[in-house]
Structures are given as C-alpha cells and as structure tokens.
Design a binder for this molecule. Structure first.
Ligand code: FDA
Length: 410
C-alpha cells in the first residue's frame, strides 16, 4: 500500500455507517474519542430506512440469548446484558420518537424509520464524529505490530489506533453489502464461519413446484428445520416457529418460513405442522375418527378446511390423502399433517435474505469488547460477526449492543 499520501489522524476509524457503525461511532465520540466513520455509500443507514417495512422494528422486548444463532451461543450474552432493549428505548424516548409494540414484543416507529436514522446521526454529531461518505475501495493495513492502523479509501486516507469493522454481511448487495468484514478478518488472521443467507424465502422445485400455484395464499403453521446445534452442546431439538407462512411464485415465505430458514441447510427437509392451533390431546381428523364419522375424501378435505384456508386445505388434501380409511391409515395421515416435509431446492439467496448467518468467528473476539484477540485495536461488530438474530428486532438489538460494547472500549 502506498504510504505517500497524507493521512488524517483519529483515535478511531469505524468502517460502515449502518446500524452498528453509527451507534459505535456515537458512543466512542461522546466519550471524547476522535472518530471518523466511513461508508462507501452516498448515504448512511440505508438498511435502517427500509427495515420493518419502512417503520424500523428497532428492538424486541423479549430479547434473550436463545433468540440468536451462533457457533458459540454464549458469546452474545455479555454484550446483550450490558445494553438491553430498555437502554435503546430510553434513547428513543429521549428523542421523543413515537413507537408502538406490534406482536411478539416487536417495537416499531409509529411513523418512519427516518426517525431512528436521524437520531443516530444526531448522536454522532454530539460526539463530533466525522462522517465520510463515498469512501470506496477501503483498504486497511497496520504499520508494524502495535503500530497505528492506516485506512486508505477513495475519499481520503486515515490513521488511527483502533479500527472498528461494521460493514455488515452479504445480504442485499444492491444496498451496498460487501464481504469486506470477512476479507479484513482473514487478512488479520481471524477465522470466518461460512456466511449463508438467513431469514430468507425458500425455493420449491421438482415435484413440489406445484405448490407455487397457491401464490398469495397464507396460513398459520408451525415451521422448523435442521437442528439447534452448536459446537459446545451438540444437537438439540430444532426451534419451532408458530407464525404465518406465505406461498410465493418461487416457493415459501412469511415469518414462519423466514425464521426456520435460518436453521435450514441445503439438502435438509423443512417441517410444517398444518394445525398449530390444536390443543394437546385434540385430533386434527377427529370428525373422521368418531365411531360413526364419515370417512372419505370430502370429510378429509372438510377437516383440513377447519385449520387451513380453503385453497391450501384442498391442495394438502389432494397431495396428502390417507392410504386408506382405517384407523391406522388416518393416524399415519394425521402424523404426516403435523410433520409435513418439504424439500426446498434452495433459498432465494443474499439478494432476498434479511440477514447473513455466519461471519467473523466469535472465538477470535473478546465478548465484552468485540476486539480481536490476536490483533489488539481491531474490532468487529454487528452483522459481520457470527451472531444472527431471529426475525423481530433482534438483529438491530445485536447491532446496538455489540456497537456499545466496542464503542465503550476503543
Ligand atoms: P448494515 O448492513 O446495516 O451496515 C453496513 C454498512 O457498511 C452499510 O452502510 C454499507 O454501505 C457499509 N459497507 C458495506 N461494505 C462496505 C465497504 N466495502 N466499504 C465501505 N462501506 C461498506 N433487523 C431488525 O432487527 N429489525 C428490522 O425491522 C429489520 N428489517 C430488515 C429489513 C430488510 C429488508 C433487511 C435487508 C434487513 C432488515 N433487518 C432488520 C436486519 C438489519 O437491517 C441488519 O441486521 C442490520 O442493519 C445490521 O447492522 P450492521 O450495521 O451490522 O450492518
């Protein structure tokens, strides 16, 4: 890297002016650190603006470590405990941003996501953060062990004692997502857990492609996939998500599917329970099983219509008709309806994934500060790290919490 051009000197350079980068820069700036915040986009926080359908689901009051996926599920605990949804809510209230709780503890702005972005920008101004936009072609080097970091970019060169990498994951390239965080991690000797699309619609093909004829139909289901395993605990039963599923022209989406997709791996089955509202002991095919109950296709379809929208009930009845009308066949059919297997051909990829699972290996980071263990002064925060939240405000809460951890340490 050419060392010739003059560099501006700061205490901290934060790379990426998204949710995590803005928060981290503000916290460090308010502590009196001289901070430069770089982004290659012409505008900061583009994902904040489109998040939550334009109303930013900025946190979730039920935030807990089990709402996150990571090879090390303990890693996120400390940062999440030190900066809670209540802390972020205090900030929102201080700025008098009107908000409401939707379902399942999800907190949204009443009006627009702009309120959250404006708040973070105001916090950065309070901390005298120098925001540098259009900073393309970012490169980072360190002048010898223990020396300063030098950051070169299209928008100028910088030197700092600390660099915080907050450039996110690979989701939605058209909004500016790049793999810079992974490249920098590897450059400085950190490991990266393979990034993969998460909170992403699943594609159906082959013998299952006919389901897409139901495009636009939605139903409440319980969805699950894979297993909730991690390096320390091994296998655990998969997490089950009782929410809406939506059939799309390519396959399956809706909150239940997006949640399960984070646990799904290519080649595995996606499981659905088509009758989530059944109480324990109740039977889906009760009317058929009654002593003088009618047992035929019409009765079967009718039973399904009690749980599913008509078009979906009829399709399930068609594809999943029992092998016969005896008790054993009806029992087997009921078991299948409560654990229906789809075999997705794939996901809709990073173009449609709300987040990226995987990322900088948490074993290589300090859980209290997000600093690289083998490279003091280098920090990774937000979605770039191998911590991925469930749908519902958890990813922003991780962005805020990891940002505050690093911003308080740099
Ligand atoms: P983020 O992606 O926000 O920011 C990274 C920044 O780095 C960007 O500004 C980018 O331009 C910049 N950058 C990237 N590469 C660079 C490079 N090479 N050089 C310089 N700059 C670079 N979560 C949630 O909790 N509630 C919600 O409502 C939603 N809704 C939602 C909707 C949609 C459509 C998407 C795609 C995602 C969500 N999310 C969400 C997820 C949430 O947006 C996401 O987890 C956070 O924005 C992650 O914050 P980060 O700051 O880590 O990355």
């Amino acid at each position: 890297m050419p060392i010739g051009s003059v560099a501006r000197v700061y205490d901290v350079v934060v790379l990426g002016a998204g949710a995590a980068g803005l928060m981290c820069a503000a916290v460090a700036g308010e502590r009196g650190r001289r901070v430069a915040l770089l982004d290659h986009n012409a505008q900061p926080g583009r994902k904040i603006l489109i998040s939550g359908g334009g109303r930013c689901n900025f946190t979730n009051i039920h935030c807990a470590p089990d709402r996150f996926l990571s090879a090390n599920p303990h890693f996120a605990k400390s940062a999440l405990a030190l900066y809670t949804p209540q802390h972020f809510l205090e900030l929102i209230n201080r700025y008098r941003i009107p908000w409401h709780e939707k379902t399942l503890g999800q907190l949204f702005c009443d009006h627009s996501s702009w309120a959250v972005l404006d708040m973070l920008r105001a916090e950065c101004e309070r901390g005298r953060v120098h925001l540098v936009l259009n900073a393309r072609d970012v490169r980072v080097e360190r002048a010898g062990e223990g020396g300063r970091f030098r950051v070169e970019s299209h928008a100028g060169n910088f030197e700092a004692d600390a660099v915080v990498v907050a450039t996110g994951g690979l989701s939605i390239p058209k909004l500016g997502a790049t793999g810079l965080a992974y490249d920098l991690a590897r450059q400085f000797g950190l490991r990266v857990v393979d990034p993969r699309p998460a909170l992403v619609p699943l594609v159906l093909g082959g013998e299952e492609a006919h389901w897409t004829e139901l495009t636009g139909v939605s139903a409440e289901v319980i969805a699950w996939a894979g297993e909730d395993s991690d390096a320390r605990h091994g296998r655990r039963p998969a997490k089950r998500f009782r929410e809406k599923m939506l059939v799309t022209h390519r396959g399956l989406s809706g909150p239940a599917i997006l949640q399960a997709s984070s646990y799904w791996r290519p080649g595995e089955a996606l499981h659905l329970d088509f009758a989530p509202a059944l109480k324990s002991g109740e039977r889906l095919l009760q009317t058929l099983l009654e002593p003088r109950g009618r047992r035929d296709e019409t009765a079967f379809r009718q039973a399904l219509r009690g749980f599913l929208p008509q078009r979906m009930a009829d399709r399930v009845a068609e594809v999943g008709a029992p092998e016969g009308w005896g008790n054993a066949a009806l029992d087997a059919s009921e078991r299948r309806l409560r654990d229906w297997e789809f075999h997705p051909a794939g996901t809709e990829g990073f173009e449609k994934a709300e987040v990226t699972a995987g990322g900088v290996n948490t074993d290589d980071l300090n859980a209290r500060t997000m600093e690289a263990r083998i490279m003091p002064g280098l920090f990774f925060i937000g979605e770039a790290v191998d911590v991925t939240g469930h749908l519902g405000g958890f990813n922003f809460q991780w962005a805020w919490a990891s940002a505050v951890a690093a911003g308080s340490a740099v």
